[in-house]
Design a protein around this ligand. Structure first.
Ligand code: ADP
Ligand code: MG
Length: 591
């Protein structure tokens, strides 16, 4: 059973590496966003220079023009405009408006990219999971997967926006730093030192946020895993009034999640609360040192301090974005590790030989163990002819379902080979083999769609064929008695059907594509004697033109069997059955 805390915390690989991976994956989108951001901060820097020039022209005519002043006035003169205060003001207004427009362009680029990243992560995870080996499916939790698709992909993609914000703030502060340097190197150095002090002093709050973010990621995942696994087993839980245990677990995890979210709020609040006074202290100290120690004229000092405040202010905003980023970061790595694991479990397509199944399935000295220790099959050899009913009997846990998995190619033998018409399974195009199989599992689960959809699984199949399959599975009568016949919805998981009805629909589903091999994994054990008899009749008819491989212990199927095998004591050997009216020794069950 699931134990909370079993999930390991997401592997942390660094926020900057995450951003780098975004840029690598979406180079065009990222550079467009960055470029728009850069141009926007450039416009802002230029616009501010114009404003400052205008200020110094109007207040201090005698002073030598400063760097940005020269730059601004030079730029105006180059396009043939006399650098008067009015012209400077107009230029500033135009530049600052342009800056607004470029910010809009950048924001749109970033927003689209965020949506794109989330979609991409979701589709990649879904596709990689669909293509993974069966073993990977079994190891997945539905909750963990839906959490990765819904929550983690969302949070991960938002970190692109936060990264872009951080980059924008960093760029703008660099532009201001350059402007500050050109006004006076002292102002530049002061701003650089002030910024560094701020970033270093508050680093501890970033670390706290990162930990709280990791905790959030971990808890959301385990909460959803817990809910999904417990809901799947809800019926006995309710029936035996044992839901408090689950309630307690869920409550505990939900409260832990709340604590993690509170910690995030606290460290975010603390960052803002500390940044502001630190900025004030920096400016105050600058003023004090400027007037008493360096004896800088007041007008010049005001401009320098203005630049210092701008640089530090933008760095502080960048730091805030970075703090948010590290809160989101763990979601990215968690979703990525789910994607990586699914990719690593990628199921090989097999060879390119199309599967033909005219003669037989053969096991040659097949050895298999689930855990690599205890052998379920030890050098088992057997043959299943392409016509007739082959029965596999054995106590539960003896490996019947595993044997079927080996035939379908959902699992691979540790040694030995499975051959279809003499061709080893790995050389076959695996999908072409599976498309010849009709599979009825032990527990049939339906999707919450119509009866028809559950049979065709969305493929276009003529209604006549659907009805024929239902008739063969002895299900037509009860389906026609349903309120909307074939169009009746079966409820989540097929909850509006009885176990036997579900099983008969599952048999119809297996028959609908005229399989060459029909696999029934204890498919009749849920059925009442009448329905079983109907299936036996169906199987007797079907086995003349296809192979039917049934795992069953019902006497009725034994009656119809052409040959039987018994997995026992870790050894499954084909054995002719001499009981219950089975015809022993039928090697090739064609009739
Ligand atoms: N995914 C798995 N990992 C480890 N052991 C497994 C797994 N699936 C089944 N087993 C074990 O392998 C044995 C055979 O299982 P299975 O083939 O399902 O038996 P049967 O269908 O005959 O009841 C059982 O002892 C079961 O505990
Ligand atoms: Mg089984």
């Amino acid at each position: 059973m699931y134990a909370p805390g079993e999930l390991s915390p997401p592997r942390q690989r660094g926020a900057l590496r995450m951003l780098a991976s975004f840029v690598r994956r979406y180079p065009a989108r990222s550079s467009a966003a960055l470029l728009a951001t850069f141009v926007a901060s450039l416009f802002e820097g230029l616009g501010m220079s114009m404003l400052l020039s205008m200020l110094s022209i109007t207040t201090d005519e005698s002073g030598a023009p400063t760097g940005p002043q020269r730059l601004a006035m030079g730029a105006l003169m180059r396009i043939g405009i006399e650098p008067r205060p009015g012209a400077l003001l107009l230029a500033a207004v135009v530049l600052i408006s342009l800056r607004g427009y470029m910010s809009l362009v950048a924001a749109r680029q970033v927003g689209y990219t965020v949506a794109h990243i989330a979609t991409d992560m979701r589709l990649t995870l879904i596709r990689a999971t669909m293509r993974a080996r069966w073993k990977h499916y079994l190891d997945q939790s539905v909750g963990g997967l839906s959490n990765a698709i819904a929550t983690e992909a969302q949070r991960a993609s938002e970190s692109f926006q936060l990264g872009a914000e951080m980059a924008a703030m960093a760029l703008t502060s660099i532009v201001y730093l350059v402007v500050a340097f050109s006004i006076s190197p002292q102002a530049g150095i002061g701003a650089a030192i002030g910024g560094a002090v701020l970033l270093l002093a508050l680093r501890v709050l970033i670390r706290k946020s990162r930990r709280a973010g990791q905790r959030q990621t971990q808890l959301q995942k385990s909460l959803l895993t817990l809910i999904a696994s417990q809901f799947a087993a809800a019926k006995p839980l309710k029936a035996m009034a044992r839901e408090e245990h689950v309630d307690a677990l869920l409550t505990d995890e939900t409260q832990q999640l709340e604590r993690a979210l509170r910690k995030q709020v606290t460290s975010k609040g603390a960052l803002t609360a500390l940044q502001e006074p630190m900025l004030a202290i920096l400016v105050g100290t600058g003023f004090f040192v400027g007037t008493t120690v360096l004896k800088i004229p007041l007008a010049e000092l005001m401009v320098m301090l203005f630049m210092l405040a701008r640089v530090v202010n933008y760095l502080a905003k960048g730091q805030k974005a970075y703090q948010q980023l590290v809160i989101h970061e763990s979601a990215y790595w968690s979703a990525m590790s789910a994607i990586d694991a699914a990719h690593a479990a990628h199921e090989p397509r097999g060879g390119d030989r199309p599967a033909r199944f005219e003669r037989e399935i053969a096991f040659q000295e097949v050895t298999y163990s689930h855990d690599g220790v205890q052998r379920l099959f030890d050098r088992v050899s057997l043959r299943i002819p392409a016509r007739g009913l082959t029965l596999i009997v054995g106590p539960s846990g003896s490996g019947k379902t595993t044997l079927l998995d080996l035939i379908v190619g959902l699992r691979e033998p540790d040694s030995g080979r499975v051959l279809i018409d003499g061709v080893p399974l790995p050389e076959l195009d695996l999908r072409s083999w599976r498309r010849q199989i009709g599979y009825v599992p032990q527990e049939s689960v339906m999707v919450d769609e119509s009866v028809a959809h559950n049979l065709t699984l969305g493929e276009d199949v003529p209604e006549e064929k659907i009805r024929a399959a239902l008739r063969d599975a002895d299900a037509l009568q009860f389906v026609e008695a349903m309120p909307e016949g074939l169009a009746t919805r079966v409820g989540p998981g097929g909850s509006r059907l009885s176990g036997g009805q579900r099983q008969r629909l599952a048999i119809a589903r297996a028959l609908i594509h005229d399989p060459r091999l029909l696999i029934l994994d204890e498919a009749t054990s849920n059925l009442d004697p009448e329905a079983q008899q109907a299936i036996v009749e169906t199987v007797s008819r079907l086995k003349t033109h296809m192979a039917v491989l049934a795992v069953a212990h019902t006497a009725m199927l034994v009656e119809a069997a052409d040959q039987g095998g018994r997995p026992a004591g870790g050894r499954l050997g084909r054995r002719a059955r001499g009981e219950g009216g089975a015809r022993p020794g039928v090697e090739n069950g064609q009739e």
